[in-house]
Design a protein around this ligand. Sequence first.
Ligand code: APR
Length: 243
Amino acid sequence: MDLPRTLISTFRGAAYPVVLTGSGISAESGVPTFREAQTGLWARFDPQELATPEAFARDPKLVWDWYAWRRKLVSEAQPNEGHLAIAAAQETFPNFTLVTQNVDGLHQRSGSSGVVELHGNICRTMCSVEGTEVETYNEGESPPLCPACGAPLRPDVVWFGEMLPYVALGVATEAARRSDVFLSVGTSSLVYPAAALPFEAIENGAMVVEINPGETPLTPHADYALRGRAGEVLPRLIRELSK
Ligand code: APR
């Protein structure tokens, strides 16, 4: 696949590039995307029915155990070429914003800084009542209990039906509204408010580029839809930028 010249030259001249990533970028690191079938023990559960406050209220052990499994997957995974290409691009633009819906911390581990995490981080744990981060707890319990108030602990991630972190969403929205180039990478563009960010960029006249092997609701609105894996397309794109 040849990358269009105008895409490269516009990206190269960007003053406020924004990259939004979703679970597709981590798929090549072995972290299953949310909407694909789970494997092994968890194959019969639907993630969309586990990642909810209602599921946690109904069966906190089930939800904690599922996240413990995902956390283990994430801790064993390594950042891939896609994450590394984004970290390299970040170095070349003074006003680069990286927004992710992923909770796996792989962008940070690949060297990116200032990552705007819209859906939290699976490696952090918080009190389900107080909302405070808890670093030390009894790992033998499922779920462990808050050392301060005794309420069950939960992962610090945004569940379906919950509000996104106010500050992170504000930073992401401002960046999208100011952006001149916006890349949407490995996201199904189905889950709002993240899915609205490229449309904020379009309002601002930004060039919108989608990188995804499949079609999404954003595809017809994007200036370019690069059909391929993030780990293959992003490194090529970043190499072209530096030529
Ligand atoms: N490279 C790029 N894209 C890929 C790759 C890849 N190697 N593999 C899969 N994809 C694409 C799929 O085609 C799909 O469009 O990644 C997308 C993954 O979609 P989802 O699983 O819906 O993930 P995401 O968009 O991140 O979901 C958003 O919803 O489930 C909640 O909170 C969860 O953060 C998540 C949010």
